[in-house]
Design a protein around this ligand. Structure first.
Ligand SMILES: [Zn+2]
Length: 226
C-alpha cells in the first residue's frame, strides 16, 4: 500500500514537471522580441538640418506656357519634386507650395513661405519668348537682396558647370521673390519656345540635371550661411 502511494506521488510529480517544461518551452517560443531588435526593423526618422520652400510655378487652372501639348505647370512640378528628393538626401527638408496639379495663388505662395520657418524660397518656372532662338536658364533675385543674389549666382554657376545652357543671374521684380521675407530666387529653367530646349526640358535626364544643379546651389548656400 505504501509503495503504491509513493508511485502515485512520483507519477503526479513527473506530470507536473512535464507540464512545467512544456509551458516553459511554449512561453519561450511566444516571447516578445527584445525592444532593441524591434526598433531596428522600422526606418529611423530622417534628421534634417535645414528647411526650405520650393515653389513649382503655376498649377491647376493656370497652366503657364503651353507648347506642343506640354504645359509649364507639369514641368515645374516635375523639376521641383526632383529638387526636393535630392535635398532630402543632403539632410535638407523641403516643403513644396503644391505637390499636385492644384491652383495656388501668388499671395498664397508668399503666405506659405512667410508662415514657415524656412531658410529660403526657390520658385521654379519655364520661360517663353516670341523668338525661338532664345534659350538658356535664367535666375532672378529681388533688388537689394544680397543673400538672394548669392543664391541666384550660385544656381547659375552650378548649372554652367553641369553643362546646362545659361543666360544670366539678375534682379527681378516677381511677386514671389518680392513679398517673401526669406532669401528668395525665381529660376526660369529654360525656354519652352526653343524647340531643342523644350525637348531637353521634357526629358527625365535633363530635369534631373537641372534639379541637381539647383539642389547643389541650395546646399552650398545653406552650408556657407551657417
Ligand atoms: Zn512661369
Amino acid at each position: 500500500m505504501k509503495r503504491r502511494v509513493i508511485l502515485e506521488v512520483s507519477v503526479a510529480l513527473a506530470c507536473v514537471m512535464v507540464c512545467l517544461a512544456v509551458w516553459l518551452f511554449a512561453s519561450m517560443l511566444t516571447a516578445p522580441e527584445p525592444i532593441a531588435e524591434r526598433e531596428s526593423e522600422t526606418e529611423p526618422e530622417p534628421e534634417y538640418t535645414h528647411f526650405v520652400i520650393l515653389d513649382p510655378g503655376h498649377g491647376g487652372e493656370y497652366p503657364g506656357c503651353i507648347r506642343g501639348g506640354v504645359e509649364e505647370k507639369a514641368l515645374t512640378l516635375e523639376i521641383c519634386t526632383r529638387i526636393r528628393d535630392k535635398l532630402r538626401e543632403s539632410a535638407v527638408d523641403a516643403l513644396m507650395t503644391r505637390e499636385t496639379d492644384v491652383t495656388v495663388t501668388l499671395d498664397e505662395r508668399c503666405e506659405i513661405a512667410n508662415a514657415s520657418e524656412a531658410e529660403l524660397f526657390v520658385s521654379v518656372h519655364v520661360n517663353s519668348y516670341p523668338e525661338e532662338a532664345i534659350a538658356g536658364l535664367e535666375s532672378y533675385f529681388y533688388k537689394g537682396s544680397e543673400s538672394g543674389k548669392a543664391l541666384s549666382d550660385s544656381v547659375l554657376a552650378h548649372a554652367e558647370s553641369a553643362g546646362i545652357r545659361t543666360r544670366y543671374s539678375r534682379e527681378g521684380n516677381y511677386q514671389v521673390i518680392r513679398d517673401t521675407k526669406v532669401p528668395a530666387i525665381l529660376v526660369e529653367t529654360g525656354y519652352m519656345t526653343n524647340p531643342a530646349e523644350l525637348e531637353l526640358l521634357m526629358s527625365a535626364d535633363y530635369q534631373d540635371k537641372l534639379a541637381e544643379a539647383i539642389a547643389g546651389a541650395i546646399v552650398e548656400y545653406l552650408g556657407s550661411a551657417e
